[in-house]
Design a protein around this ligand. Structure first.
Ligand code: AMP
Ligand code: GLY
Length: 417
């Protein structure tokens, strides 16, 4: 089989890494890809949002299966276009991708189907939102309706921060069209857990759990980032809780989408807060998490291609999805200044030495220049290791991280602690 992966980050490197191990796969292509994949995939110079060019490529290269990493092309309808041309693709339709693309859609879905989540109100104009803010007690959470590259959620500690958030989203249009409406919701507290699930439109098969580390500094301090590391399984997420989440949240969500006439295929990413009143949904995404994929996929024993084809055919019940017992830890190495302004083009050394320790080095923001690997993004590398227990996975991941160097690099020291 020829498999085509769309995307360029650490998540996509992880997908390519796993897909290339399948005995069914002869060739892997990635658009646009990154230098970490060069020994296992051919890079195709097409942007992730150029849906027509991606479909043309899949047609002319007789691609058997396309796998989409990031949300933007899914929300823009890449799956519909591929299916219209009779091309096999793993991911949700444009209509189903609303579960990530519109927070108003997803909140209303949860309310209608009694899926536990924070209390909320939706506003179409800033004055009404600000009136509402003055009537309730902070803290509260202000969210832009649409995609905002992870920046559309503002935790407001007081009324003034909440008003500023509404103005930035709805008046200044910080996220463009994504700010047509805002969701204002109750502030929840507790540990966070990510649960991904394969969904074939009818049933959901959850993966092992994971936890992202969103803040830039140790002890969850500093601004939010795309994710500074991940651990799988998530601490504090035992079998009893997993059962509750599977029944009252994940399968209920898949059933709800089917009842709405827009069956969900591909991945359901559920971001949960484990509150004292039970698990509640913070957000849904319709694709693998980044960096959650970097700890979940390396623990998967089953051939990912078998699972993906079963998802597409609506036959997930026929597949046994098996996982390694060993926990995994992924440490993200970032450019100096990230998540604020950072420079690129810094030469990276020590990747080979890090890999010799047994760790896997997933590239996220790297490029090749004069035969050298250089930095090309905020999150540069994700270093993943498995171990007997979380502590030994942690030790192995950090041991590998110590072999790698680039000017200005920084990373959290407490991933999985
Ligand atoms: P998102 O961009 O939707 O992934 O949300 C980013 C982060 O905002 C989440 O991972 C949570 O840490 C936080 N968050 C979102 N909604 C709430 C909420 N209702 N209460 C507290 N924190 C939240
Ligand atoms: N790690 C958070 C996300 O992928 O949305």
């Amino acid at each position: 089989m020829k498999v085509f992966v769309v995307g360029a980050g650490g998540r996509e490197h992880t997908l390519v890494w796993k897909i290339a191990q399948s005995t069914r796969v002869s060739e892997v292509y990635c658009a646009p890809g990154n230098p970490g994949m060069r020994n296992i995939a051919r890079s195709v110079n097409i942007a992730v949002d150029d849906i027509k060019a991606l479909a043309d490529f899949a047609e002319s290269y007789n691609i058997d299966l396309t796998v989409v990493g990031p949300e933007a092309p899914l929300v823009a309808g890449i799956v519909d276009e591929f299916e219209r041309r009779g091309l096999k693709i793993f991911g949700p339709s444009k209509a189903a991708a609303q579960i990530e693309g519109s927070k108003v859609f997803s909140k209303n879905l949860m309310k209608k189907y009694n899926i536990p989540t924070a209390e909320y109100r939706v506003f179409e104009n800033p004055e009404a939102a600000i009136d509402y803010i003055s009537s309730i007690n902070p803290p509260l959470v202000v969210k832009a309706e649409g995609l905002a590259a992870g920046k559309g959620v503002i935790i407001a500690r007081d009324r003034y921060e909440a008003e500023a958030a509404v103005k930035s989203i709805m008046v200044d249009r910080a996220f463009g069209e994504a700010g047509n409406r805002v969701v204002i919701e109750e502030f929840l507290q507790g540990p966070e857990v990510t649960v991904l699930a394969f969904c074939d439109g009818k049933i959901a098969v959850p993966t092992v759990s994971s936890r992202d580390h969103k803040r830039v500094y140790d002890d969850n301090k500093g601004p939010n980032t795309g994710g500074m590391g991940a651990v799988s399984p998530a601490p504090a997420y035992g079998a009893d809780l997993a059962k509750i989440v599977e029944e009252t949240i994940i399968q209920r969500t898949v059933d709800a989408m089917a009842k709405e006439g827009i069956p969900l295929k591909g991945i359901l990413y559920t971001g949960l807060m484990l509150t004292k009143d039970g698990p509640k949904v913070l957000e849904y995404n319709c694709r693998f998490g980044d960096p959650e994929a970097q700890v979940v996929i390396p623990r998967l024993k089953t051939d990912l291609i078998d699972i993906m084809l079963a998802v597409i055919e609506g036959e997930l019940t026929d597949i046994k999805v098996e996982w390694k017992k060993e926990p995994a830890v992924c440490v993200v190495m970032a450019s100096g200044g990230y998540p604020g302004h950072y420079e690129t083009g810094k030469v990276i050394t020590g990747i080979d030495a890090a890999e010799k320790t047994g760790a896997i080095v997933f590239h996220a923001g790297t490029a090749e220049r004069d035969g050298k690997i250089v930095t090309a993004g905020g999150r540069v590398l994700g270093v993943t290791a498995l171990g007997e227990d979380v502590e030994s996975a942690r030790r192995s991941a950090y041991n590998a991280v110590l072999k790698i160097h680039f000017d200005g690099m920084h990373y959290r020291k407490d991933i999985g602690k």
